[in-house]
Design a protein around this ligand. Structure first.
Ligand code: AGP
Length: 606
């Protein structure tokens, strides 16, 4: 994962680097560092968040060239030594890297034979020293050194390098990891995403895989392909005016994002579904959809959960077969995708490495790809034929909340569109009306937050939880369990109600509470039987029930009541108490709600 930022030009680099690191912290926050060049190279690094690094930096660095990095550890613990930038053994090069070098052990052994030694546990130091070795052989020609090194390595990388003997120069390149170069009249920027530098410029170059770009404060910029052949810089223009988000009025971003959901849903439900993009032959999605025979949905984590809801909705109301696939599995299992298949890639960030790679595989197989995305101008935004945006605003909390419900809304609206094409008019009016009404019901769940906080205090010191749901609310159970795991570090499992009998019921006892989603009518009777099975084994049950469901209330230990809504939108209502439950349990246990340990907002390595 990790975030990269760099600049060379006439501006002072300190604030550009710090500002960029803070914007990129969503990619990892276990350590951070910078390297500057102002006659000599200097590296300052620290374990912990960017703010810790900032405390170490002098007020002025007096430098106009530098690179910086915020890390999510893949090789070696988060420590100062393992933090980037790394410096090569000879001291000639400093480098920041995002990605994974898969044959690092072999390269390390090769370099040890050449006399290199290593101080960190990282694959980055290995790659850097390989470049350093080739640099020595090539008489300090960074282009040749990189071309020769990349022939020897397997893996993914986005990287930026400073050279001791070339002040004012940054060399960057990428393979299967995102990197963008920005440019303005003062100089050149490099970043893992466009938003890290979009306050400074609207001119960007998105390097292709294997491209190497040398940006020199004095000599200008030159680009080369993976064979070292000079190529034209393709400049794209984006005028991005993005306000930095804050959580004023709330204690945490996650809390704010949970409470924003009714407004986001209301705005989506009362607007026309907008679909961006076209195929390379200029066809719109509306032209293509009637011919679609098969759909595959790709995603990871929470986005995979919403994809499952999409499957249930589309298959029920449109009668087109839908596969939902973990992007990480899909990309490596030789899946059957045919020309004309519709592949829907769901991602809040648009930067998840596995989803990007799986989407690419689908494109290569001839599929039409549709991104359901929150972050515009992200890699998946550029790599899909069509896009439906979530319009949920920045989601900063690592645990996804408002993006999840916005994904469900957009998938419901897509279902409605497809249903219309199949002549299923009743599904369309049912979905549209239910979505318009849901925001009010969601408000009343949020108004009940106090009660959910009390339940969090009652149960929040349990070490294990089971979450059960069926049908459309099976993904709700998965999502509830994921939220609890992520931010409160409690072991939790989400299961379809009936599957409990096939194993997990062995876990049930008084200390293993179960959260049951009982809000949709279609599966209520069956779920009631599952609850009885738990109660018969001395298990405690907290149930999310409709407000008039007295018989369920009598059966379970505690209830969270939600307004009764049509089944078709029930996952939107039922997930909110689970988000709040996880939030309050995390507070109770003193966990970092917005930046939980070991996680990053965007998983940019596989
Ligand atoms: C959600 O709470 C998680 N942080 C995580 O599972 C996330 O949904 C997953 O990494 C996919 O991210 P994306 O939607 O940005 O692709």
């Amino acid at each position: 994962m990790c975030g990269i930022i760099g600049y060379t030009g006439s501006r002072q680099v300190r604030d550009i680097l710090i500002d960029g690191l803070l914007k990129l912290e969503y990619r990892g926050y276990d350590s951070a560092g910078i390297a500057i060049h102002n006659g000599s190279m200097r590296v300052i690094k620290s374990p912990g968040k960017v703010s810790k690094l900032v405390d170490l930096l002098p007020r002025s660095l007096d430098s106009t060239t530098g690179i910086a990095h915020t890390r999510w550890a893949t090789h070696g613990e988060p420590s100062e030594i393992n933090a980037h930038p790394h410096t090569s053994g000879s001291g000639r090069l400093a480098m920041v890297h995002n990605g994974i070098i898969e044959n690092a052990p072999e390269i390390e052994a090769y370099l040890k034979e050449k006399g290199y030694s290593f101080i960190s546990e990282t694959d980055t130091e290995v790659l850097l020293n390989l470049i350093d070795y080739e640099y020595g052989l090539c008489g300090g020609d960074i282009l040749k050194a990189m071309l020769r090194s990349f022939k020897k390595i397997d893996g993914s990388y986005a990287l930026a390098i400073l050279e001791k003997d070339r002040p004012g120069r940054i060399t960057l390149c990428r393979k299967d990891s995102p990197l963008v170069m920005g440019m303005d009249d003062t100089g050149y920027f490099v970043a893992s995403d466009i938003y890290a530098v979009s306050d400074y410029t609207g001119r960007f170059v998105f390097p292709d895989n294997d491209d190497i770009i040398i940006a020199d404060n004095n000599l200008g910029v030159k680009a080369y392909d993976g064979n070292g052949k000079k190529k034209e810089l393709k400049i794209s223009h984006y005028n991005i005016n993005k306000k930095s988000p804050d959580h004023s009025g709330y204690n945490h971003y996650m809390q704010k994002e949970i409470f924003e959901q009714p407004q986001i849903i209301s705005e989506l439900a009362n607007s026309v579904l907008s679909i961006n993009g076209q195929t390379k032959h200029g066809r719109s999605l509306a032209e293509i959809l009637p011919g679609i025979r098969r759909i595959t949905i790709l995603g990871c984590g929470t986005s995979w959960h919403s994809g499952l809801i999409g499957k249930y909705l589309i298959e029920k109301h449109v009668r087109i077969p839908v596969n939902v696939e973990y992007a990480s599995e899909f990309r490596y299992r030789d899946p059957v995708i045919e020309t004309g298949d519709l592949v829907i890639s769901i991602s809040q960030s648009g930067e998840t490495a596995d989803t990007i790679a799986a989407n690419k595989l689908a494109l290569e197989a001839g599929a039409i790809t549709l991104g359901i995305l929150n972050v515009k101008n992200s890699t998946l935004d550029r790599d899909t034929h069509f896009q439906i945006y979530l319009e949920a605003g920045d989601e900063i909390g690592v645990a996804s909340t408002k993006a999840y419900t916005a994904q469900i809304v957009q998938l419901s609206r897509l279902t409605s569109l497809l249903a219309g094409m199949k002549g299923n008019g009743s599904a369309i009016s049912n979905i549209s009306q239910s979505l318009r009404d849901i925001s009010q019901s969601m408000q009343s769940v949020l108004a009940n937050a106090e009660k959910i906080s009390e339940l969090a205090s009652k149960y929040g010191f349990s070490n294990n939880f089971l979450f059960l749901g069926r049908g459309l609310n099976f993904p709700t159970a998965l999502e509830g369990a994921l939220k609890l795991k992520e931010i409160s570090y409690i072991h939790a499992e989400g299961y379809p109600g009936a599957e409990m009998k096939h194993g997990p019921i062995a876990l049930i006892d008084f200390n293993f509470p179960t959260l049951v989603v009982l809000t949709d009518q279609e599966s209520r009777a069956k779920m009631m039987s599952n609850i009885k099975e738990i109660k018969a084994r001395n298990g405690r049950v907290i149930a999310i029930i409709n407000e008039d469901d007295e018989s369920a209330e009598q059966l379970v230990d505690d209830v969270i009541k939600v307004p009764s809504v049509p089944d078709i939108v029930s996952p939107l209502i039922s997930v909110v108490p689970l988000q709040l439950f996880a939030y309050y349990v995390a507070l109770l246990r003193g966990c970092n709600v917005d930046q939980p340990r070991n996680l990053a907002k965007s998983v940019t390595v596989e």
